[in-house]
Ligand binder design. Structure first.
Ligand code: SAH
Length: 372
């Protein structure tokens, strides 16, 4: 990107008059110029695969074409306006969108893996009581281009040794509530000319929107994670409002019926909230519920945020819960939440300034590398 786009406050497009490139706009523009068909893949591989920040750097293109592209398009990557580094190597990126709203993505190194957690909406409409993003309400959906742009933009923050291996839709928003854009984005993320990530390495996490879960498994081969979080309708209904529409029995019946390949499993996420769903009887009920489903459980000890009204259980309680599942032969892991010191962990993403002009920063994170 050129130096004019380094300003946080002004939109680069407004300054340059160029449009943000997308696969469709590129294809259409190249066809109009009568360029050979292979040009699209060459350019897309630079943009999405290698995260090229300028058209000038695309050394296998004719000089004239590079110049024409550069005067017409902005590269697709979003530019982070703030980077917060956790002590464990996690990096939370704050991206400002063209309308001034912001979303967050989180880079999570876990060698040999490098996972990027991305957002699908600004805010969220699902209203889960224990999630910071829910407090924003739904501000808007992200476009497919904006979803992919987080991945491309994040590459600028990798070290030279780092290579993206996994993508999780576990940032802000309910991905299946923005279904079409998410599926379109998955198409670009998995395309050989796109980011080239195998769909097996992409996980979509949902609060449990049943019809969309079925469509997702039909339309893509990504991994599915379902946020179950409580073993009875009474408990789940109080935490996850959508449980009233798709109660546990309906949700789990749908999960059992999903045509998931033999070697794969559904993940059930279970946020452990002290005194709410972390007791021995909750674990026993959970084991009974999941009987006969090929699955694994991912326990996520609650990550606190101001005013949540919930508490994180002690490590002993978490371990006891895990052991109960283990003893019942339910495959179970505890999510070692990353980036808690910079509010980058699950359920802590609330996009400081998600509303234009608002500064929600409480100064608790150690931010570095602001471009603004
Ligand atoms: N809307 C999707 C993605 C949400 S974020 C979904 O509901 O699955 C991914 C995970 O973080 C979900 O399992 C969610 O339940 C969990 N989560 C939300 N708030 C949390 C918090 N404060 N602490 C720990 N996990 C949380």
């Amino acid at each position: 990107m050129d130096s004019t786009s380094a300003s946080e406050s002004s939109s680069p497009e407004a300054a340059s008059g160029r449009r943000r490139s997308s696969p469709e706009s590129l294809r259409e523009w190249l066809a109009r110029r009568g360029e050979p068909a292979y040009r699209f893949e060459q350019i897309a591989t630079w943009l999405y695969g290698r995260g090229a920040e300028t058209f000038e750097s695309m050394s296998n293109l004719p000089r004239e074409l590079r110049a024409a592209l550069a005067s017409e398009f902005e590269p697709p990557g979003l530019r982070a306006v703030k980077v917060s580094r956790g002590r464990d190597g996690t990096r939370k990126l704050l991206f400002r969108l063209e309308d001034g709203r912001v979303v967050e993505s989180v880079i999570i190194p876990d060698p040999p893996r490098l996972t990027l957690c991305i957002s699908s909406q600004v805010g969220c409409a699902m209203g889960c009581g224990f999630c910071a993003t829910a407090r924003l309400g739904l501000l808007r959906n992200l476009s497919a281009g904006e979803i992919v742009a987080q991945v491309v933009g994040a590459k600028a923050h990798f070290t030279p040794e780092e290579r993206l291996t996994n993508i999780v839709f576990m940032g802000m928003g309910e991905p299946l509530h923005n279904f079409d854009a998410v599926v379109e984005a998955i198409g670009v993320l998995t395309a050989p000319w796109g980011c080239g990530i195998s769909s097996r390495r992409i996980t979509v996490s949902t609060v449990g929107l049943v019809p969309q879960m079925q469509r997702l498994i039909h339309d893509t081969s990504v991994q599915l994670a379902v946020s179950l979080t409580a073993p009875t309708d009474e408990q789940r209904g109080a935490l996850v409002p959508v449980n009233r529409k798709y109660p546990i029995e309906v949700l789990l019946a749908a999960c059992r019926a999903l045509p998931i390949p033999q070697r794969r499993r559904i993940t059930f996420e279970y946020v452990l909230l002290a005194g709410v769903n972390d007791r021995a009887e909750d674990a026993r009920r959970l084991v009974r519920l999941l009987h006969g489903i090929r699955c694994k459980v991912n326990l996520i000890p609650f990550n606190p945020f101001p005013g949540s009204g919930f508490e994180r259980p002690s490590d002993e309680t978490v371990e006891g819960f895990r052991r109960q599942l283990d003893e019942a032969h339910v495959h179970c892991t505890v999510r070692h939440s990353r980036g808690r010191d910079v509010a980058a962990a699950c359920g802590q993403l609330a996009g400081e300034g998600a509303v234009p002009g608002a500064d929600r920063s409480d100064g608790s994170d150690r931010s570095v590398g602001s471009d603004g």
